[in-house]
Design a binder for this molecule. Structure first.
Ligand code: FES
Ligand code: FES
Length: 158
């Protein structure tokens, strides 16, 4: 057991856990941050998608020892603050397009969408269908068409 410190949703946090505990369990079970969902635990379903220094990652596949004291972890709970609003523009678009069905995959879908828009812009272009094809978040309810429309709308307001 050792102490691990990192920045979570803008605040520095410290946890006493074994080095090899994966971050998803630290977030959910130790820190009570349950936006990142547990689906597979093996980096396949993407239900836990969050941001690691602004880029999409899956905390079920990262050991807490691999997160440094200055690394910034952002979950869906911290996303609105990154836009300085009550809701991030991507969340607003999700509501406008009534995307969610059961909702389980949706925090991960939104976090993946925001990261993909940023990635496309860093590469010098706006998000397009080929970028959307690269998002691998599984939705058991099959809301994929609404997700794609909402991402385009949300991107326009980011
Ligand atoms: S729970 Fe993390 S990818 Fe499935
Ligand atoms: S809305 Fe049900 S799994 Fe995606």
């Amino acid at each position: 057991m050792s102490t691990h410190t990192f920045i979570l949703n803008g605040e520095r946090v410290s946890v006493d856990v074994d080095d090899d505990v994966r971050l998803l369990w630290v977030l959910r079970d130790v820190l009570g941050v349950t936006g990142p969902k547990y689906g597979c635990g093996i980096n396949v379903c993407k239900a836990c998608t969050s941001h690691f220094n602004g880029k999409a990652f899956n905390p079920c596949s990262v050991k807490v020892e691999d997160v440094g004291p200055d690394d910034e972890i952002t979950t869906i709970e911290g996303l609105p603050a990154t836009a300085g609003a009550d809701l991030h523009p991507m969340q607003e678009a999700w509501l406008e397009y009534d995307v969610a069905q059961c909702g389980y995959c949706q925090p991960g879908q939104i976090m993946a969408a925001v990261a993909k828009v940023r990635q496309a812009r860093a590469a010098g272009h706006e998000i397009g269908d080929s970028d959307l094809d690269e998002i691998r978040n599984i939705c058991r309810c099959g809301t994929y068409n609404r997700i794609r429309e909402a991402i385009k709308a949300g991107a326009a307001n980011m």
